[in-house]
Design a binder for this molecule. Structure first.
Ligand SMILES: Cc1cc2nc3c(=O)[nH]c(=O)nc-3n(C[C@H](O)[C@H](O)[C@H](O)COP(=O)(O)OP(=O)(O)OC[C@H]3O[C@@H](n4cnc5c(N)ncnc54)[C@H](O)[C@@H]3O)c2cc1C
Length: 454
C-alpha cells in the first residue's frame, strides 16, 4: 500500500511531534522529504500538514499551466534527496540550453548559452504538480518516518507558552484537535499564518502587474525547442519557456486591465496578440537606436571583451505560436514580500512564507528549495551536536545564510522590474547600454548567470 500514511487528522498517530511542517506546496513537501531522508533524524517524529486534499498527479497529453524553471542548484538538491530521478523517469521535463532576453524599446539583448564543457543546463522546466508528486512519492516511501495529513489546516499557533525555552509550540487544527511541536516549519505560502502568528514584520508591496499563463503550441523549432525566450515590454515581460519539442509555457506579465482583456479574447485572437507582442518594434526608441549603434562599434573595437562569435550574431527570431491549450489561460497577482526574520522561538519559515518575488527571473521556488536545503542541513547539524531542535541559537544560522542570498536576489529582481517598466528615453538608454556591456563582458555575464543558478 504505497500511500497508507497519507491520512486525515482523525488518525494522527500522536499529539506531540518533534517537527511539524505546515504547508505541503513544493517547498514544504521538499523539506519533509529531505528531513525524512536524513538517517540522523530517524527517531524524530515528523508531521507534514497540508490544508488542501491530496492531489493525484496524472500524466496527461496536456501540460499543466503551472510550471517552474528550476535552477541546476534546485536540481542538485532534488537529486540529493531522490526526487529528481522520479522527475527524470517521468520524461516530463525540458532542459533549457539557451536563454534569449531582449528589450522591446531598444535593440539591446543578452543571451546565455550552455557552455560545451559544462554538464549543467541553464534551467529545467517542470510542472509544479510533478515536483510535488515526486516529493510526495518519496514521502510515501518514508511512511514510517514522516506522517502526512492532507485536508488539515492549521488554525492557530499557541505562542503564549513559548516564552520558556523548553516549551513546545501548540498547534490548533481545523479538526478541533491540538498538537504540539518542538519546531514548526512554516511553509504555508506568502500569506503565512505561521509568520503572522509570531508577529514577524515584513516589507511588501504589490506590483501593478499580473501574470497571464497559458500552454502554447509552437511551430517546429530547429533546435528542438531548448531556448527560453523573454521579451521586456513597458507593460511587463513575456516569457515563453520550453516544455517539449513543440510546447511551451507562457508567463505574460502585464497590467491588470490588459490581463483582463487577454483572458477575454478568443484563442485565435489571443495567439495573434501574443505573436504580435513578440515581434512588434513600434515601441523602439529611435534616439536610443542611434546611440546603441555607436556604442556597438566601440565595443567591437575592444573585440577581446566580446563573447563567443555566436553571441555577436543578429537577434534570433522568437518562435511563432500556433495555438493555446484549451482552458490553460489563467492569471496570478504579483507582489514583493520579504520577512524581517525567518526564525522565531520554535519556528522557521521557508519559501514564499518568508519571501515573494516577481516571477520575471524565475527564482521563487528556487529560493524556496535553497531554504529547504539550508534549513535541513542546519537542523541535522543541531541534532548531531545534541542541541534542541527548535532552539533559536541554531536556527539563526539558517536565517543568516539564507537572508544573505535572498535579500540580494530580491533586490536585484525588484530593480530589474523597475528598470524595465519604464520607457523614458534616458532610462531605456541606460539599461540598453548596460545590457550591451554585460553581454559583451564574458566574466560579468558569467557572474550574473552563476547567481541565478544558485
Ligand atoms: C506566474 C508564476 C510563474 C512562476 N514561475 C516560477 C519559475 O519559473 N521558477 C520559480 O522558481 N518560481 C516561479 N514562481 C514562484 C513559485 O510558484 C512560488 O515561489 C512557489 O510556488 C512557492 O512555493 P511554496 O511551497 O513556498 O508556497 P505555496 O505554493 O504557496 O504553498 C503553500 C502551501 O501551504 C498550504 N497552506 C497554507 N496555509 C496553510 C495552513 N494554515 N495549514 C496547512 N496548510 C496551509 C497551501 O494549501 C499550499 O499548499 C512563479 C510564480 C508565478 C505566480
Amino acid at each position: 500500500m504505497p500511500f497508507k500514511r497519507w491520512i486525515t487528522y482523525r488518525s494522527l498517530s500522536s499529539q506531540s511531534y518533534d517537527i511539524v511542517i505546515s504547508g505541503g506546496g513544493m517547498v514544504g513537501t521538499a523539506v519533509a522529504a529531505a528531513l525524512g531522508n536524513s538517517p540522523l533524524l530517524k527517531n524524530k517524529k515528523l508531521l507534514l500538514l497540508e490544508a488542501a486534499p491530496r492531489k493525484e498527479y496524472a500524466k496527461s497529453s496536456t501540460f499543466s499551466n503551472r510550471v517552474s524553471a528550476l535552477s541546476p542548484a534546485s536540481r542538485d538538491f532534488l537529486k540529493g534527496i531522490g526526487a529528481w530521478k522520479l522527475i527524470e523517469d517521468s520524461g516530463r521535463f525540458k532542459a533549457v540550453n539557451k536563454m534569449y532576453v531582449w528589450d522591446a524599446c531598444s535593440g539591446s539583448d543578452i543571451q546565455f548559452t550552455q557552455t560545451e564543457e559544462s554538464d549543467d543546463h541553464l534551467a529545467y522546466l517542470v510542472e509544479n504538480d510533478l515536483s510535488v508528486h515526486s516529493l510526495s512519492t518519496l514521502l510515501s516511501q518514508q511512511a514510517d518516518r514522516v506522517e502526512v495529513a492532507y485536508g488539515t489546516t492549521v488554525t492557530q499557533y499557541g505562542t503564549d507558552n513559548i516564552t520558556s525555552p523548553s516549551q513546545p509550540m501548540k498547534i490548533s487544527l481545523s479538526s478541533g484537535q491540538t498538537i504540539s511541536a518542538r519546531l514548526v516549519i512554516g511553509a504555508d505560502g506568502f500569506n503565512s499564518l505561521a509568520r503572522r502568528s509570531m508577529g514577524i514584520k515584513t516589507t511588501s508591496w504589490n506590483y501593478d502587474q499580473v501574470g497571464v499563463v497559458a500552454t502554447l503550441k509552437l511551430d517546429k523549432q530547429e533546435d528542438g525547442n531548448v531556448t527560453a525566450w523573454q521579451r521586456f515590454l513597458p507593460t511587463g515581460p513575456i516569457a515563453v519557456l520550453p516544455l517539449s519539442d513543440d510546447t511551451s509555457s507562457l508567463v505574460w506579465s502585464t497590467t491588470p486591465s490588459h490581463a483582463k482583456h487577454l483572458l477575454a479574447l478568443s484563442p485565435e485572437m489571443f495567439v495573434d496578440e501574443l505573436n504580435h507582442a513578440l515581434i512588434d518594434n513600434s515601441k523602439m526608441d529611435g534616439m536610443v537606436s542611434i546611440v546603441e549603434d555607436q556604442y556597438k562599434k566601440l565595443l567591437e573595437k575592444f573585440g577581446s571583451f566580446a563573447t563567443s562569435h555566436e553571441d555577436q550574431r543578429t537577434q534570433p527570431l522568437p518562435p511563432t505560436v500556433l495555438d493555446i491549450d484549451k482552458e490553460s489561460r489563467a492569471k496570478f497577482p504579483y507582489g514583493m514580500m520579504h520577512a524581517d526574520k525567518y526564525v522565531a522561538p520554535r519556528l522557521a519559515l521557508v519559501g514564499d512564507a518568508c519571501h515573494r518575488v516577481h516571477p520575471l527571473a524565475g527564482q521563487g521556488v528556487n529560493l524556496g528549495f535553497g531554504d529547504a536545503e539550508c534549513l535541513v542541513r542546519t537542523i541535522v547539524n543541531a541534532v548531531s551536536l545534541g542541541a534542541d531542535i527548535g532552539s533559536s541559537e541554531h536556527l539563526v544560522e539558517y536565517e543568516t545564510e539564507r537572508q544573505r542570498h535572498v535579500v540580494a536576489t530580491t533586490a536585484g529582481i525588484d530593480g530589474l522590474y523597475r528598470l524595465y517598466s519604464n520607457n523614458w528615453t534616458p532610462v531605456v538608454l541606460a539599461r540598453s547600454l548596460g545590457l550591451m556591456t554585460v553581454n559583451a563582458l564574458t566574466p560579468l555575464k558569467r557572474l550574473f548567470m552563476q547567481h541565478a543558478q544558485t
